[in-house]
Each structure stands twice: as structure tokens, then as C-alpha cells.
Design a protein around this ligand. Structure first.
Ligand SMILES: Cc1ncc(COP(=O)(O)O)c(C=O)c1O
Length: 426
């Protein structure tokens, strides 16, 4: 017999968990409200016209927090990555290696700069980019590697840095989901040439949307600042435009909110780690599931909580487990995103008009028709090999215990064979 809610039993939980989509899962409070009010009262909402700019203060504060001298704020995580790619300044048709398991915002900037995304497969434990696959994809056209620290976990940086160094190309770290994650005890975002962060609603700190790009290299930082501001050197004597750029300027309103959020970041990280470690300790003994072991003595900051599944030992598919856990009142999602090269934008080369540019052009030998099923096998089997549950800094220990109880109830029922028998009788 089984008491699973899926088969008519009582669910573990009926109250919704605190969610990053709502105030109950965020840390937005009086500090943010006061900061925004002060900006509104000043009448200066644009950073370039504001002497004591909140955006400039955010950049300085984040540089100090990360321990990297230059930070440029922009309007989103996607724009933060666009600053990075534009600063590296690839020629049309140059290649940038990236993971297919990430938000499309990691890839959009490559196409926006008319370069070609080349997809490396992911590791089947952490689902971060696999250095061996990166090495296999390097060509004489490779201009950069983008490593995403997925779900709050560090990617395996030592071999990635070695590949970048051996080939004389920069490593861009996409830290959008991983503020404060560590590798060999050091914060991600301090290893590569450029680090990018998102301030979108679901991230560790948020201004609704927003982005931060960090680098130790003053010349790269200057290119980023110019690119985000129409190529306009505001320190010069005349108004001119030094190269093609866009307007990705963060507003003072976003800067005010993000600055107040930054002051809370260390607590957010500590609270997420507390919840993540508690959940790990409560379910790690279960049969057929495992919590990813991290490379480089890594420490996650738990953006999502990933659970790997050995379906044979678990006695159920990932889809079945997720459906049953959801019925217990805990949202669980199989896999993460469709590998990006299988989405229409890439698989059908939907870029500029009907041109498919830069694919199929004299600038590259690559075609969008290379983006076929089978390109990255681990990425493609992720949806049947793992699931995630949401986690955030506002979870109480009781919230975490409910999640653990739901997972334990479901996994134990399936692994013991009780479900099949009960299902047959149902
Ligand atoms: C890993 C990763 N990279 C890039 C982005 C793009 O950030 P944004 O949505 O702020 O443009 C996100 C988040 O959405 C992300 O999770």
C-alpha cells in the first residue's frame, strides 16, 4: 500500500512555499523603498546626469564585494554578457564556446555580435559545461569560452582556465545564478577574464532586471562602459562615438534597489546555504537519487536545488517522481531548459531577416543546420536524469523539512516497489 497523494493519500503540504516571484520569497523591504524614494525626490533618474549616482555606488560596492576592480552596470544579465562579448570584439563568424544548458541570455550576445555559438556538452553530475567537450570544440576561430555556474554550483574552472590559457582566449564566467559560489574556497567570478551577473527577479539579489559585468582589465572595462553607452566617451572634450555601441544604461531607480539588495547579499547566501545543506542532509541517504558532488571543493549557493536520479534504482522515471512530488505539494521540475541549439532561434537559424547571418555566410564555415539532436548527448538526456526543486533564502527549516518529507515519501514508495503494486490495485 502507499499513501502517496498521487493515489489519493494526504499530501505532505498544502500551503505554498515562499517564492522568488512574490514578496514572501524575496528580501525587498524598507531599505529598497527608501532608496527609490530618495531617487524620485531628487528628480534625477538617469545615472549620467547624477553627480552622486546610485549606479556608480552599486558598481563600486559590487567591485569591493567581488574583489575585482572594475564593474559596469547594465540593464540585464543578457546585457552584462553582451558587454563581455562586445569588449572581446569578435569578428563576424568567429566562434564562442558555450553550454546549451543555460538561459538564452548567455547565447544572445554571441549572435548579436555576429559570432557563432559553438555548443560544448555538459557534465552529467553538475550539468555545468564539460571541459573535455570544450577542448574538443576549440578551433582557430575560437575567440572565447563562456562557462555558466549552473544552479548556484561552480563549473570546473581549473581545466577550463587551462584550455583558455593554452589557446590564448579569454574565459567569461556567467555567474548569474551563482553569486558567492566558491571553487577552491574562492568566489566564482574572480577566476576568468570577465564575470557577468544578472539582477533579474529570480536571482540572489534583484532590481527586477539588471546586470553587472566585472573585470580586472581596465581596457576591457573601458570598452564595456563605452559599448553600454553608445560608444560615447564622456570623459572626452567633444561629443563623439568611438565605435558601435548600444544604450544599456542602468537607471538610478534600478541602481537604488540593487544597491540596497547588495547590502543583504551575504545574508541571502548564508540563508540559502543553510537551507540547501539542511535539505541535502535530510535526503542524501535515499535510494536512486544523489545530490551533485562539486568540483574544486566547490560550495553551492543553491539557486535551484538539483537532484540526480538513477531511474533503475529509483524504480520510477524522473517525470513520474516529479508528478508525485508535486502532488505532495512541492513543485518539482524535470531537467532544466531545452538544449538551446534545439530551439527554433538556433535550429532554424532565425537571426537577421531571412539571411541566417552569420551562418551560411562567407564569414564562417558553420551552418545553423549543425544544430541537430545528438550534438550534446548529456544535455539532451538531462530531462530524464535529474529534477530540481525551488529554494530560496526565505525558507524556514520547517519549509525545508516539508520538501525533504515529500521527496522521501515519494522516492521510498517507488524504490520499494510499493507504488507499482498500489497503482495496479488502483
Ligand atoms: C545563467 C544565466 N545567464 C544569463 C541569464 C540572463 O539574465 P537576464 O534574464 O537578466 O537577462 C540568466 C537569467 O535569466 C541566467 O540564469
Amino acid at each position: 500500500m502507499t499513501s502517496l497523494a498521487r493515489f489519493g493519500g494526504t499530501p505532505v503540504r498544502t500551503a505554498p512555499l515562499p517564492s522568488v516571484a512574490n514578496a514572501d520569497g524575496r528580501t525587498i523591504g524598507r531599505e529598497e523603498i527608501q532608496a527609490v524614494e530618495a531617487v524620485l525626490q531628487s528628480g534625477r533618474l538617469n545615472r549620467t546626469m547624477t553627480p552622486a549616482s546610485r549606479v556608480a555606488a552599486l558598481e563600486a560596492g559590487f567591485a569591493e564585494w567581488l574583489g575585482v576592480p572594475h564593474v559596469v552596470a547594465s540593464t540585464s544579465g543578457t546585457s552584462a554578457l553582451h558587454l563581455a562579448v562586445a569588449a572581446i570584439d569578435p569578428n563576424p563568424g568567429d566562434e564562442i564556446i558555450v553550454t546549451p544548458i543555460t538561459d538564452f541570455g548567455s547565447v544572445i550576445p554571441i549572435i548579436a555580435q555576429n559570432a557563432v555559438p559553438v555548443f560544448a556538452d555538459v557534465d552529467s553530475v553538475t550539468w555545468c559545461i564539460d571541459p573535455a567537450s570544450v577542448a574538443a570544440n576549440v578551433t582557430d576561430r575560437t575567440r572565447a569560452i563562456i562557462a555558466v555556474h549552473l544552479f548556484g554550483q561552480p563549473a570546473d574552472l581549473d581545466p577550463l582556465l587551462a584550455i583558455a590559457r593554452d589557446n590564448g582566449i579569454p574565459l567569461i564566467e556567467d555567474c548569474s545564478q551563482a553569486y558567492g559560489a566558491t571553487y577552491h574556497g574562492r568566489r566564482v567570478g574572480t577566476f576568468g577574464d570577465i564575470a557577468c551577473f544578472s539582477l533579474q527577479q529570480s536571482k540572489h539579489i534583484t532590481s527586477g532586471d539588471g546586470g553587472l559585468t566585472a573585470t580586472r582589465d581596465g581596457a576591457l572595462a573601458r570598452r564595456m562602459r563605452l559599448f553600454a553607452d553608445k560608444g560615447w566617451p564622456r570623459d572626452g572634450e567633444i561629443r563623439t562615438h568611438l565605435f558601435y555601441g548600444v544604450n544599456y544604461r542602468m537607471t538610478e531607480l534600478q541602481g537604488a534597489v540593487a544597491g540596497a539588495q547588495l547590502a543583504k547579499l551575504d545574508d541571502v547566501i548564508a540563508d540559502r546555504r543553510h537551507a540547501g545543506h539542511l535539505l541535502t542532509s535530510l535526503i542524501e541517504d535515499l535510494p536512486g537519487i544523489s545530490i551533485p558532488a562539486l568540483p574544486g571543493d566547490g560550495e553551492s549557493v543553491f539557486w535551484l536545488f538539483p537532484v540526480n536520479v538513477d531511474a533503475a534504482k529509483a524504480g520510477a522515471s524522473v517525470g513520474e517522481l516529479c508528478a508525485a512530488i508535486a502532488m505532495e505539494g512541492i513543485p518539482a521540475s524535470a531537467g532544466y531548459v531545452t538544449p538551446l541549439y534545439l530551439t527554433p532561434a538556433l535550429a532554424e537559424g532565425k537571426t537577421y531577416g531571412t539571411s541566417h547571418f552569420p551562418f551560411d555566410s562567407p564569414y564562417t564555415t558553420r551552418s545553423y543546420t549543425d544544430y541537430q539532436p545528438g550534438l550534446c548527448p548529456n544535455a539532451e538526456r538531462m530531462g530524464s536524469a535529474m529534477f530540481t526543486v525551488p529554494i530560496n533564502e526565505r525558507y524556514t527549516d520547517d519549509d525545508v523539512r516539508d520538501i525533504a518529507a515529500a521527496i522521501r515519501k515519494v522516492v521510498t514508495a517507488y524504490a520499494s516497489g510499493a507504488v507499482t503494486a498500489a497503482h495496479a490495485a488502483h
